[in-house]
Every structure is written in C-alpha cells, then in structure tokens.
Design a protein around this ligand. Structure first.
Ligand code: NAD
Length: 490
C-alpha cells in the first residue's frame, strides 16, 4: 500500500484534511511510492506558532549545552541504528546510488555528533575594559529557525541545518523539497524516539510557493536557512525583509576545475569525472566547467571521454550502478533541453547526450554521461547551472587566462586546480573567487570546514563553527565591578 505522509507538529503526526495530495515518485521506475500532503498556509502558520511557543517556554533553549548535546547524540544513535532504511528510502525517492545514499546517511549521523561535541568546547570571549568593567561576549539562540531544503541531498541538507539549529537552542520548522520528503519524515520519526522535547522540531510538507514563502515572510521566524537555486534564494531574501530576519543562503554553482599541463593526468581525469558525474551532476559544488591547458587538452579529452564511457548508469539499488537517475521528469526534461542548446550553440558533443533506455531503464529518468568540448565562455551551457551529468571542457593557454575564465561567472561556490607545481596551484586557487576549493582533488570535504559560496552562490556558511554561528545571536554583557555613579551630568 502507498504510504500516506503526514506533517509533524507539536510532537504529533498531523493528517492533512486537504484532498489534493502530491504523488511521491521513484525516479528510476516512475512508481508512486507515497502520497504527501501539500500544506496550506494556515498549517504552516500553526507550525511556526508551535515553534515560537516552544522556544519562548525555554523547554529546550534553557537546557544546558551538555543536556542538548546528550539529545543530539541520541539522534545520531537512532540514525545509525536505522542507516539501512534511511539509505534505501533515499535511493527510492531521489534516484541516487546506494553508495552515495549510504555516505549521506553516515554523514548525517556524524553531523549530529560533531555539533554535540562542539557544545562541550570552550566558547565566548571575555575582555577587561577600563573603569573596572568586565565584558562577556556570549552566544544565544536566535529563536525560531525556518529550514528550507532542496531535493538533491534530502536527508543530508536537512541535517546540515537541523543539527546546528538545535545545538544552538532554537526551535525549528523544516520544509523538505516537495518531491523528496521520504527521509525527512523518517528522520522526524527517529527524533520522536529521543528526549527532544515535543514542539521543538516541526515538519511541514508542501510547496515552496506556500509553505516556503510563509516561512520566509513570517514575523515569528527569526532566521531562515535556505539551500536551493539562486532564483528562489532571491525571493527568500525579499520575503525576509518584513521583520529583518537573518538569512542564510546556500545556492547554485558553475564551478571551474582547472587542469594545468603539468598535472598528474591520471589523477586529474579521475577527479574531473568524480567532480561532475557523482550524484548524476545534481550537486551544487559539481565541477561542471573543466578548464584544460592547451598542451594536454587533446590527450585529456581522449582519456576523459574513454573513462566516462565506462560509467555504469542504472537503478540506485543495483550495487553495480555508478550513476543513478535524475530526480524528476521536469528536471530530466530540463537537462535534455540544455543538451540541445549546447548542440545548437555549436559545442562539440564528444560523448552522450541521450536518455538511457537499455536494460529496463526505459521507464526511469536516466541520462548518459555527457561531455561537450571546444566550448566558449559565452555559451549558455557554460554560463548556466544545468545540474545534471553534463560537463563542458574548455581550453586555456596560461595561468592568467585560467583565472580569468574561472572567475567569469556569476557564481562562486567551488573550484579546483590540478598541477604538480604546488606554488602555482596555491597561487591560482587563492585567486579563484569561490568558497569551497581543492588542490589536486575534488568533492572531498569535512564537517569541520565551512561550506558556502561567494557572489551569487550564497550568503553565510554551513557546517563547522561558522555553521553554528548562523543560528546564534551574539550579545555583549558589560559588568561594572566597582559600581558607583558615573556622574556624567554632575
Ligand atoms: P529550488 O530553489 O527550486 O527549491 C529549493 C527549496 O525551496 C524547495 O524546498 C522548494 O520547495 C523551496 N521553494 C521554492 N520556491 C520557494 C519560495 N518562493 N519561497 C520559499 N521556498 C521556496 O531548488 P532545487 O531545484 O530543489 O535544488 C537545486 C538547487 O539547489 C540548485 O541550484 C543547487 O545548486 C542548489 N543547491 C545548493 C547547495 C549548496 O550548498 N550551495 C546544496 C544543494 C543544492
């Protein structure tokens, strides 16, 4: 039987009275796996009120950091105990491979553990000021955090927000992407088994234009943390002006991967494949623009295409699959349309370009690894985020030109440099205007490092201590250690 999903508000699973349910689809088979409610505005407002009330009550925000850490560790434990189910739900709903979903679920548990650990670390600052004044700088929760996440890492993006927001003592309302709610619902079922007080964490399922917009404009929400497209990020910023709520945005990218003549070719080819085809290219930090120096351009392209040809596209639950499905029919059509645009613009289609219909994949949304070469900076396939398994390989002559092309984008999320000359590599990566970068690697990051972009790739940072800051206010407390009148008006 198809599962009927519910909202989770004030510690209760709430059935939707509205008849219009959204079909939740497995993108590898087009089967309906669940029905989800599409919350109207009043349900969202009610969930925000619950979060507000819970925050004001102090039931969570007044607990000591150690008590909050203990609950975060319980959440990490229940995630770990249910890791197979979380992984399989993600595969079924998002279309990614088992290996990718396993890694997401493991990182979800680690993220809760990391923030639990951070709560036991020294924090704050103290100063001694003139006139026997002692100043304490302390961090406090913001209040109610509205968390809006995309479909590409449904579990992990939720956790990247929930863990620091709860660690800081906030009450939260999570809105998953409407097409991928399965793992978020499971996560809330698991959190329900812990000592997290009821009403602190709430979940509302539904559309961006109603649920998301209501969160962004609510005067009862103090911080909105959003991951998604740059276009929607702009709408969130506008909606947030009503009560000047804090805004944290993780947005799109069109990230350059620069490969110099002196790079270790084998390593560069390998990471350049991983950089774009992991997650079928539906990763915000994907290395979707490969810039290759002219001396090795032909050799690189030949080796790259050869290897890309061998990537096994298939059902995420098939252990042999290396690249899974595209998340939805709409997105699948959008990627295929970009491939047509690339051809019309005169780029050379060196590999792929089609949907995959072999071996029982004809029902699902599968696209071949696609490689365009001999592209120029003005082409739409080079400028716009395609968010699929489509890469553009561009030629450059020298260091100066590499940096110029790399930065010729409105985005600034990620970037990489491959070279055996460490001085040159560091020199160049420092000039790339992006927040997440690598030398001789791609995609490898850790929870301790801040995640976020320059330019139109966002505002603020996730993960690390910086990620905790996004959900905290900073207060100065000035203490007069020798109280006596100031006599300003004497
Ligand atoms: P999207 O912007 O369409 O949707 C993201 C979320 O916003 C969804 O939950 C959606 O329902 C909601 N939303 C839509 N309209 C809204 C509105 N008017 N007000 C409030 N909320 C609204 O993005 P997507 O298609 O789900 O995800 C893909 C995008 O996310 C890509 O651009 C990708 O680069 C970006 N992304 C960025 C990061 C990062 O860390 N920088 C990580 C993952 C994805």
């Amino acid at each position: 039987m198809t599962k009927e999903l519910k909202h989770y508000i004030n510690g209760q699973w709430v059935e939707s009275s509205a008849p219009n349910k959204l079909d939740i689809i497995n993108p590898a088979t087009r089967e309906v796996i669940a029905k989800a409610p599409n919350a109207p505005k009043d349900v969202t407002v009610e969930a925000i009120k619950v979060a507000r009330r819970t925050f004001e009550s102090g039931i969570w925000s007044d607990q000591s950091p150690q008590e909050r850490a203990a609950v975060l560790l319980q959440i990490a434990d229940v995630i770990e105990e249910n890791i197979d189910e979380l992984r399989d739900l993600e595969v079924e709903n998002n279309g990614k491979t088992k290996r990718e979903a396993q890694s997401d679920a493991e990182e979800a548990a680690s993220t809760f553990r990391y923030y639990a650990g951070l709560l036991n670390m020294p924090n704050g600052q103290t100063y001694e000021a003139p006139g026997d004044m002692q100043t304490l700088i302390v961090k406090e929760p913001m209040g109610v955090a509205g968390l809006i996440v995309p479909w590409n890492f449904p579990l992990l993006m939720s956790v990247w927000k929930i863990a620091p927001a709860l660690a800081a003592g906030n009450s939260i309302l999570l809105k998953p992407a409407e097409i991928t709610p399965m793992t978020a619902v499971k996560l809330f079922e698991l959190m329900d088994q812990t000592d997290l007080p009821k009403g602190v964490a709430n979940l509302v399922l539904g559309s961006g234009s109603i649920v998301g917009q209501t969160i962004a404009e609510s005067h009862d929400v103090d911080v909105v943390s959003f991951t998604g497209s740059t276009g929607v990020g702009r709408l969130i910023m506008q909606a947030a002006t009503g009560n000047m709520k804090k805004v944290s945005l993780e947005l799109g990218g069109k990230s350059p991967n620069i490969i110099f003549d002196d790079a270790d070719l084998e390593t560069a080819v390998d990471y350049a494949l991983f950089g774009i085809f992991m997650g079928s290219g539906q990763v915000c930090s994907s290395g979707s623009r490969i810039l290759v120096q002219e001396g090795i351009y032909d050799k690189f392209v030949e080796k790259y295409v050869e290897k890309a040809k061998g990537i096994r596209v298939g059902h995420g639950n098939d252990e042999r699959s290396q690249m899974g499905a595209i998340v939805s029919e709409k997105h699948f059509e959008s990627i295929l349309n970009y491939i047509e645009i690339g051809k019309e613009e005169g780029a050379n289609l060196a590999l792929g370009g089609n949907r995959v219909v072999r071996d029982g994949l004809e029902k699902g949304f599968f696209i071949e690894p696609t490689v365009f070469t001999h592209v120029t900076s003005d082409m739409r396939i080079v400028r716009e985020e395609i968010f699929g398994p489509v890469v553009a390989i561009q030629k450059f002559t020298d260091e100066e030109e590499a940096v110029k092309i790399a930065n010729d984008t409105e985005y600034g999320l990620a970037g990489a440099v491959f070279s055996t000359d460490q001085n040159k590599a560091l020199r160049v990566i420092k000039r790339v205007r992006a927040g997440i970068t690598w030398v001789n690697a791609y995609h490898l990051t850790n929870i301790q490092a801040p995640w976020g972009g320059y330019k139109q790739s966002g505002i603020g940072r996730s993960l690390s201590t910086y990620g905790l800051d996004e959900y905290q206010e900073t207060k100065q407390i000035n203490i007069n250690l020798a109280p006596e009148p100031v006599r300003w008006f004497d």
